[in-house]
Design a protein around this ligand. Sequence first.
Ligand SMILES: *[C@@H]1O[C@H](CO)[C@@H](O)[C@H](O)[C@H]1NC(C)=O
Ligand SMILES: *[C@@H]1O[C@H](CO)[C@@H](O)[C@H](O)[C@H]1NC(C)=O
Ligand SMILES: *[C@@H]1O[C@H](CO)[C@@H](O)[C@H](O)[C@H]1NC(C)=O
Ligand SMILES: *[C@@H]1O[C@H](CO)[C@@H](O)[C@H](O)[C@H]1NC(C)=O
Ligand SMILES: *[C@@H]1O[C@H](CO)[C@@H](O)[C@H](O)[C@H]1NC(C)=O
Ligand SMILES: *[C@@H]1O[C@H](CO)[C@@H](O)[C@H](O)[C@H]1NC(C)=O
Ligand SMILES: *[C@@H]1O[C@H](CO)[C@@H](O)[C@H](O)[C@H]1NC(C)=O
Ligand SMILES: *[C@@H]1O[C@H](CO)[C@@H](O)[C@H](O)[C@H]1NC(C)=O
Ligand SMILES: *[C@@H]1O[C@H](CO)[C@@H](O)[C@H](O)[C@H]1NC(C)=O
Ligand SMILES: *[C@@H]1O[C@H](CO)[C@@H](O)[C@H](O)[C@H]1NC(C)=O
Ligand SMILES: *[C@@H]1O[C@H](CO)[C@@H](O)[C@H](O)[C@H]1NC(C)=O
Ligand SMILES: CC(=O)N[C@H]1CO[C@H](CO)[C@@H](O)[C@@H]1O
Length: 684
Amino acid sequence: MKMQLPYLYFTFILCTISFKAPVMRCQNVTCNSTDLRALINFSSCIDSGIDGWDISSSGCCSWNGVTCDNSTTSSKRVVKLELARKGLGGSICKSFEGLDELRILNLSANFLTGYLNPYHFSLQKLEVIDMSNNDFYGQLLHGDDLPSLWYVDLSMNRFSGSIDATYCSMSPLIEVLNLANNYLIGEVSESFVKCSSLQHLFLNGNQISGTFPKSLLQLRDLRTLKLQENLFTGSLNDGIGNLSKLVKLDLSFNRFNGFLPDVFDQLETLEHFSARSNKFSGQLPKSLVNSQSLLTLDLENNSFTGLIDLNCSAMIQLTTLNLASNNFHDLVANSLSSCLGLNSLNLSHNHLRGGLQFAFKNLQSMRRLSLSNTGLVNFTSALATLQYCENLTMLDLSLNFQNEELPTDMSLQFRNLKELFVSNCQLRGSIPSWLSSFSNLQVLDLSQNHLGGSIPYWIGTFKYLLYLNLSSNSLTGEIPEGLTELPSLIDMNISLERFATKIWSSIPSLDLSYNMLTGHIPPSTGKLRKLHILNLKYNSLSGPIPGSLSRMTSLETLDLSHNKLSGEIPDTLRELSCLSTFNVSYNQLHGEVPETGQLATFLCTSFIGNPGLTCGWDAYSPPAQTPPPPTPVVFPSDKMTIMGWPFVFGVPTGFVITVGFCFVTGWIFPKPEKRKVRVIRIGR
Ligand SMILES: *[C@@H]1O[C@H](CO)[C@@H](O)[C@H](O)[C@H]1NC(C)=O
Ligand SMILES: *[C@@H]1O[C@H](CO)[C@@H](O)[C@H](O)[C@H]1NC(C)=O
Ligand SMILES: *[C@@H]1O[C@H](CO)[C@@H](O)[C@H](O)[C@H]1NC(C)=O
Ligand SMILES: *[C@@H]1O[C@H](CO)[C@@H](O)[C@H](O)[C@H]1NC(C)=O
Ligand SMILES: *[C@@H]1O[C@H](CO)[C@@H](O)[C@H](O)[C@H]1NC(C)=O
Ligand SMILES: *[C@@H]1O[C@H](CO)[C@@H](O)[C@H](O)[C@H]1NC(C)=O
Ligand SMILES: *[C@@H]1O[C@H](CO)[C@@H](O)[C@H](O)[C@H]1NC(C)=O
Ligand SMILES: *[C@@H]1O[C@H](CO)[C@@H](O)[C@H](O)[C@H]1NC(C)=O
Ligand SMILES: *[C@@H]1O[C@H](CO)[C@@H](O)[C@H](O)[C@H]1NC(C)=O
Ligand SMILES: *[C@@H]1O[C@H](CO)[C@@H](O)[C@H](O)[C@H]1NC(C)=O
Ligand SMILES: *[C@@H]1O[C@H](CO)[C@@H](O)[C@H](O)[C@H]1NC(C)=O
Ligand SMILES: CC(=O)N[C@H]1CO[C@H](CO)[C@@H](O)[C@@H]1O
């Protein structure tokens, strides 16, 4: 509803109200009637009005988010309108005209939409405009001058078209321009040279193309330049050294190539530099590895070559270094050992040769260290060295040490270690007892080795362990009952933030697949209420599937396939309402597949290879080919609240697709009346 009311009408309302309101209020906080009208007009365009705005009162200075000037006149002017995060929806119908004393306009993080060109506002005094994180669209075109404007944030909307900096001629004082995460295309216009006051420029997350914009090289006051996640190409030239006030420079996720220019000595205040995921090549420039200002340097996923040879006597500020996934061919001896402030280092996927230098033990501040796939040898000496890094919380040594024997007799101290990845190393021996002293482990991945022997009982004593992957080894013996005592899988009293993971997929899991485990599945496994993935496939487990598994209320994946399990599928398992992947194929189960509950939503392929098991109405016979891809059928799902994990989206989707498939093909239950029942249950 739009108000088209004449001024007199408002005056009438005001006075009517003012008779009821205390006199004080009417005289003291009345705002200028032009402003009042504009604000009422504004609120009339918002879908559901604005909390704390009594549009029938004239005291708009006391309305939520409205600030008036401090003049003593009885009719104050509105200078700030700050309505960020107020849940406002609808459009803003250009209703700011009249608020001509407005200096700050902040409508960020709402649900506002509509075509918008801020240069149609004609607000001469406007200094700050923050419209970020809404749903505005349109092209950023020429309009009226906004001569006082210095701060513009239009990020996270749907603005499109090319970026033209003509607004710098309309607003020559602009210092902060944030156009990140929109749909801008084309090259950065030459006219950006007019933005001579610009200090912080954010163009990231668009589809901007062309080479590094020459016009930007003229902006000598630039402190922040974010160009990541666009389509920039070509190489950088030495001109970038002219941006001598830069503090943050992010070029990541573009298509830049060529060598990095050797101009980092001119960038004396540069603290954060990322060129991740481009096609840069060549050696690291001398000035870069001697930078005295850099705190973080991220060059992951390029084609850099040569030696890693940092001058730590110069790089005294460096705390984060990521050179992963390049073609470096060695680490110069002791090159990093005096970078004492380093707390995160990733050298994964390079061709470093030989053992871990003893000097690594100087890196006392190190917290996160990734050395996977770097050609390391001598696991024993690597651990003996790294234990001096007392603050280490994450260590990834995967894809190294091919075929070494695990030492049994070591005494190691890794008291703060939370995540240990030693996967795919073909290590021999058994799970070593010294591991039991790593008492803070949350994530342990020893998959894809040649470890034999049995799973030691003490694994169950890790107080915080949430993710255990022993898949693809040669482990024998029974699943120790101790494993079902893991406290944080029984009742996770640990916040998700503390469960800091290298890979986001490290959700609470027990993966013992591809081993030679025998014996029964311990019924006490059902106690692991917080477990999301239980994978026991490809072992030689026998006996029944314990009905108590139904108590694992968080379980999303249960894979018991390729074992020697017998008996019937317990009816209680249908209570596992989070389950999206279920497989008991190739066992010796008999009886019938449950016809109701969660298990009824899976294809017969989850049950094949069990000669005594009936799936559907006929005894199961294997399909000639793989079934066609599932037709996406979307049912509303109310299952989300059960899970607190990021999987919350994946699971219902998988569930819905699986269910949809069963339903559409009639694969499991070909009888029509059964389908009807299913629809009702799912769509509840
Ligand atoms: C609200 O603003 C629009 C656009 O400026 C204008 O056309 C309309 O007359 C205004 N309504 C009132 C009630 O002032
Ligand atoms: C309100 O502001 C306008 C200028 O925009 C001015 O002309 C008018 O006199 C002011 N009204 C009052 C009551 O002060
Ligand atoms: C109003 O505030 C401005 C800036 O905050 C100040 O310079 C000015 O002196 C104040 N005026 C009055 C009347 O208090
Ligand atoms: C706008 O308001 C939000 C929320 O209060 C705040 O985070 C943001 O910094 C404000 N924008 C400006 C430019 O002050
Ligand atoms: C960088 O600055 C130097 C000296 O001020 C100037 O000669 C050169 O043209 C500038 N380079 C670029 C690309 O602007
Ligand atoms: C690595 O960079 C290339 C572009 O050079 C990109 O296509 C690819 O997705 C990146 N890989 C990762 C894992 O980010
Ligand atoms: C390493 O940095 C120090 C301090 O800046 C400097 O004196 C020394 O010459 C540099 N060494 C090399 C090889 O560049
Ligand atoms: C280290 O780099 C590798 C390879 O690019 C990547 O897969 C891994 O996630 C990185 N590790 C950390 C801790 O960032
Ligand atoms: C190790 O971590 C502790 C606690 O965060 C901190 O006080 C200490 O300074 C760190 N040690 C080093 C060498 O950084
Ligand atoms: C591993 O390093 C240790 C010293 O830390 C040495 O005694 C041992 O011989 C090395 N093993 C191999 C296989 O090189
Ligand atoms: C365990 O490791 C294997 C091999 O490294 C991997 O394929 C599997 O996805 C991992 N299991 C889980 C639950 O992450
Ligand atoms: C703060 C202020 O300006 N208060 C005034 C409100 O109006 C009354 C009556 O006119 C004055 O006496 C106050 O000083």
